[in-house]
Ligand binder design. Structure first.
Ligand SMILES: Cc1cc2nc3c(=O)[nH]c(=O)nc-3n(C[C@H](O)[C@H](O)[C@H](O)COP(=O)(O)OP(=O)(O)OC[C@H]3O[C@@H](n4cnc5c(N)ncnc54)[C@H](O)[C@@H]3O)c2cc1C
Length: 394
């Protein structure tokens, strides 16, 4: 029976809960707001399936025949590009699947801005998947839905973080010709419980209409988090000053398993891996870097076939595999958890969010100076030049 003694060893993929024929396992939020499996011993018949499908303890080996193909991708439609995190490669793949009568799964907001995995059956519905949501998504029973669709012969595309894709693959227990797996390169996932509290805090200041974790209004190189309220106001700030981005990127609210992620590897079990490309100027000068570009690795023949089918929807340039993965830290190193994490989570349950932010992420003079400097450089059109220069020096 599944028992979590060490939280670093559970990525919350829910494969165990989905596989249990006795419905003995539920995913339950812990005090830090992350989902973990909780088994009811009275319903368990000790079949051992839950342990067998765990991707952390039984990691699926990556494909031995990895094609090692790498591409830079940009969707041809400007509106798709504007809404996507990078180059909109995911939308192009998903549009192809829909055109084949298939079903696409990805992460979207529900009506309360909770991040959940859900399905799309039409191209219009795909908009909800665009843009990375920096919160761990609730997978619900999507693995069961996928299995049911696959066994009926429906084409399915499932996208998610590497641990979610591993979880699905373990749950399915075999390869399906009609399944396309797309994973993102993932730094870490923040707590859904903290997100709920943060959302309530922001919503109390002004009713929230829309949230973008990666807004491109100030350009791709200076992507900001944007929160739009019902009265039309938009709060748009970068990593140097936005409270959510500061909490995330400092390692304060990341899932413990992300700090020892077992799936940080350029070789994947997915068909296609997608991620950001901030150094497109070094890889291919033909692409407009301010609109955003997706870097993609194609691991399988199936992935290569899909890429061939979406060529009319995208601008695509092949690059050397070694260049694509060179220096990509998120593929190799796990971020550390913040040293004040314990204190932060203890305070989370006793303090108002406002006080919590003032204590751990105050809007100091240094923060305000950094923000003003970035905005000024962006306004003068110099931020990209400065970023390139800093990167070169590094
Ligand atoms: C939590 C997270 C962390 C990431 N960290 C990095 C990083 O450190 N470095 C890097 O280069 N890229 C990272 N990415 C990937 C990157 O942000 C883009 O997803 C990628 O560039 C593809 O962009 P796109 O324009 O092609 O797709 P988009 O149109 O942006 O599509 C987004 C895709 O991501 C999926 N997705 C969105 N939110 C979630 C979520 N919470 N959980 C699971 N799947 C989700 C959607 O279902 C969709 O498939 C991360 C993504 C996420 C979700």
């Amino acid at each position: 029976m599944v028992t979590i003694n060490d939280k670093v060893k559970c990525c919350g993929c829910s494969a165990c809960a989905n596989i249990c024929h006795k419905n003995a396992i539920r995913m339950v939020q812990d005090a830090e707001g992350f989902m973990y499996p909780k088994a009811d011993a009275s319903l368990c018949n000790n079949c051992g399936l839950c342990e067998k499908v765990c991707p952390v303890t039984n990691k699926e080996a990556h494909k031995t025949q990895d094609l090692k193909k790498a591409y830079l991708i940009q969707h041809r439609k400007k509106d798709v590009l504007a809404e996507s995190t990078s180059g909109g490669a995911f939308t192009a793949i998903a549009e192809y699947v829909i055109s084949q009568g298939g079903v696409v799964f990805g992460a979207a907001f529900d009506s309360q801005f909770k991040v959940i995995h859900t399905s799309a059956h039409t191209s219009t519905e795909l908009a909800k998947f665009r843009n990375s949501k920096y919160v761990q998504s609730d997978l619900g029973d999507t693995f069961c839905q996928v299995k049911s669709l696959l066994s009926k012969g429906t084409m399915v595309c499932y996208s998610g973080t590497p641990c979610q894709i591993q979880g699905l693959r373990k749950y399915l227990m075999k390869d399906y010709e009609n399944l396309i797996l797309v994973d993102v390169v993932c730094r870490a996932v923040p707590s859904p419980g903290v997100w709920e509290k943060y959302y309530q805090y922001e919503n109390s200041k002004g009713h929230i209409k829309d949230i973008r974790f990666r807004d491109k209004k100030l350009g791709y190189q200076y992507s900001t988090m944007a929160i739009k309220t019902q009265n039309g106001k938009i709060r748009r700030e970068g990593i140097e000053s936005h409270p959510w981005l500061r909490m995330f990127f400092s390692g304060m609210i990341i899932r413990p398993s992300c700090s020892a992620c077992r799936f940080r590897d350029p070789h994947r079990i997915s068909d296609i891996t997608i991620w950001d490309c901030f150094n497109v100027y070094q890889l291919d000068k033909r692409m407009n870097e301010q609109l955003g570009v997706t870097r993609a690795l194609v691991h399988t023949e199936k992935g290569q076939d899909v890429l061939g089918k979406i060529c009319d929807r995208i601008h695509v340039h092949e690059i050397a595999y070694e260049d694509a993965v060179k220096g990509v830290k998120e593929m190799r190193e796990s971020p550390a958890m913040h040293p004040d994490r314990r204190k932060f989570f203890a305070d989370l349950n006793t303090m108002t969010f406002d006080c919590l932010l003032q204590k751990y992420y105050p809007n100091t003079l240094k923060v305000r100076v950094k923000k003003t400097a970035r905005l000024a450089l962006n306004y003068l059109g110099l931020d990209v030049i400065v970023k390139h220069w800093l990167k070169k020096r590094k």
